[in-house]
Design a protein around this ligand. Structure first.
Ligand SMILES: Cc1cc2nc3c(=O)[nH]c(=O)nc-3n(C[C@H](O)[C@H](O)[C@H](O)COP(=O)(O)O)c2cc1C
Length: 198
């Protein structure tokens, strides 16, 4: 089978696929600030993201100040993510505007853009996502207040970023088999594809 990436005129490698394949949640970072150039690249990856009706229903708050990160972590007292926030050099709060009906899907896409581009720069990341009610409702409100997020906007998530300590290349990700996820034409009908020649 022709490598799909080689069909275009410009590229014979598949850097996006490789980033998708290699990217895993990183929770332990080098003790180094993120360079502005890299931060800008991550934010550009967010800005350029597609969104429903091109409404771009998002805002981002960059938190690098150690005291602020520690304060954020205090809103999660006792939670495993508390330490992740304390140690990370950078957290970005992802805010969505619920007046767009697509805001949650859009937020997911924007986070994926940011984390994949970060990965390419040697920067790992993970989401601190359990802010959903009912378990962490009060954390969400406290964090919103601390970050001055207007009432009408939605704090989707905090994403922590930092330079990876090492590149742990995962040969096999713990994921469901395609056969358990994909059907042909109707639900339950197995999709049969030719295997690539090895
Ligand atoms: C929507 C979402 C929410 C997540 N929330 C958390 C979280 O709150 N804390 C955490 O440590 N990891 C979180 N993760 C990371 C996942 O647990 C991780 O990606 C998953 O277990 C697969 O592991 P891998 O990335 O190492 O392959 C989240 C990932 C996603 C996509």
């Amino acid at each position: 089978m022709t490598d799909p990436a080689s069909r275009g005129s410009e590229s014979v490698s598949a850097p996006v696929f490789e980033a998708v394949r290699a990217n895993i949640a990183v929770r332990d970072f080098r003790d180094e600030p993120i360079e502005d150039e890299h931060l800008l690249r991550i934010l550009e990856a967010a800005r350029l993201c597609q969104s429903g009706k091109n409404l771009q229903p998002w805002y981002f708050i960059v938190v690098r100040n150690r005291m602020a990160l520690v304060k954020l972590s205090e809103f999660m007292k006792g939670d495993i993510d508390e330490q992740r926030l304390q140690r990370a050099p950078l957290a970005i709060a992802i805010i969505s505007d619920p007046t767009s009906e697509f805001h949650i899907v859009d937020a997911g896409r924007v986070i994926q853009n940011m984390t994949l581009v970060a990965w390419e720069l040697g920067i790992g990341s993970t989401m601190i996502s359990g802010l959903e009610p009912p378990n962490r409702d009060s954390s969400r409100d406290s964090i919103k207040r601390f970050l001055h997020v207007p009432e009408n906007l939605n704090l989707v998530d905090l994403v922590v970023f930092g330079y990876r300590k090492r590149l742990r290349l995962v040969k096999q990700k713990r994921r469901k088999e395609l056969e358990k996820l994909v059907y042909d034409e109707f639900f339950g009908n197995p999709l049969i594809l030719k295997q690539p020649k090895t």
